[in-house]
Design a protein around this ligand. Structure first.
Ligand code: HPA
Length: 282
């Protein structure tokens, strides 16, 4: 059988370079969306490696998405956090968009926590709410598995029936209620961006069953499932979707809401990690 060893060899080059600086294998990988980057700075015994210092790692140019991997411990769990991510709308191939996530899994992470900022497509969702992702619609028009399959990473046709792990979802709901708030639950639609949606597009995705819209996560979840990692996805609803509020959408609103909610979001992540440490994810 012929298949390109390209991704695998790139990943292993990156793994080799990281292992010269970090010897502990991470158990949990976190992709930190807008506003959550600070979480990485709270990891104990942290070792930060800028993307630019990792051979073969694609680098993002988006402002406010300074890219680095931060290794360290939180709530007794060895973690690696990706601060800043590469987006499809920057023009990177889908396989590059998920490279950082694949790398964290290749380094040993069995659980990935993927976070994002999203607009509410369901009129019942308000800015500032956190939403547990139960499932997704990949409306990016592409797949992170496009091209020859690399059998060393995963199967050609990975199952997506329970892309967002049920046990981890229950664990997150428990952690939220312990922290004193209710986590919304819903379906995340991932679009290409980078323009925000038209009001008609927001109504379309809601009619299709989505509760939130964003420009990330779905390709990452597909790649994680391809590699057999378990996924927990959480959206910070930073704004009502286009047409559902009186104003127009502006990136500053997204970052302001994300910053406002970050204390609660970080608390939730810590609650989730504490439960994982107690063995509740098994
Ligand atoms: N649409 C898409 N992506 C987003 C939004 C939105 O309304 N808010 C934050 N990220």
């Amino acid at each position: 059988m012929t298949h390109s060893p390209f991704q695998v060899s790139r990943l292993d080059t990156a793994v080799e370079s990281i292992r010269t600086r970090v010897t502990t294998a991470p158990r949990v990988a976190l992709v930190l969306g807008s506003g959550l980057g600070d979480f990485a700075d709270t990891l104990e015994d942290a070792v930060a490696i800028p993307f630019a210092e990792i051979p073969t790692m694609p680098v993002s140019g988006v402002q406010g998405h300074a890219g680095k991997l931060v290794f360290g411990r939180a709530e007794g769990v060895d973690c690696v956090a990706m601060q800043g991510r590469v987006h499809l709308y920057e023009g990177h191939p889908a396989s590059d968009v998920v490279f950082g996530l694949r790398l964290m899994i290749r380094l040993g992470a069995k659980i990935v926590v993927i976070t994002n900022a999203a607009g509410g497509a369901n009129p019942r969702l308000d800015a500032g709410e956190l939403m547990l992702i139960e499932d997704h619609l990949n409306l990016t028009g592409t797949s992170s598995l496009l091209g020859p399959n690399e059998d060393a990473l995963g199967p050609r046709f990975p199952d997506m029936t329970a892309a967002y792990d049920l046990k981890l979802r229950e664990l997150a709901l428990g952690a939220a209620s312990e922290a004193g708030f209710q986590l919304a639950r819903g379906i995340y639609a991932g679009l290409l961006g980078p323009s925000y949606e038209t009001p008609a597009e927001v109504r379309m995705v809601f009619a299709m069953g989505a509760d939130a819209v964003g420009m990330s996560t779905v390709l990452e979840t597909v790649a994680a499932r391809h590699m057999g990692a378990r996924v927990l996805g959480i959206s910070c609803i930073t704004n009502k979707g286009a047409g559902l509020s009186h104003g127009v959408l502006d990136h500053s609103e997204v970052t302001e809401t994300a910053n406002r909610v970050k204390g609660r979001f970080v608390g939730l992540l810590r609650g989730v990690l504490a439960r994982i440490a107690k063995g509740e994810a098994e």
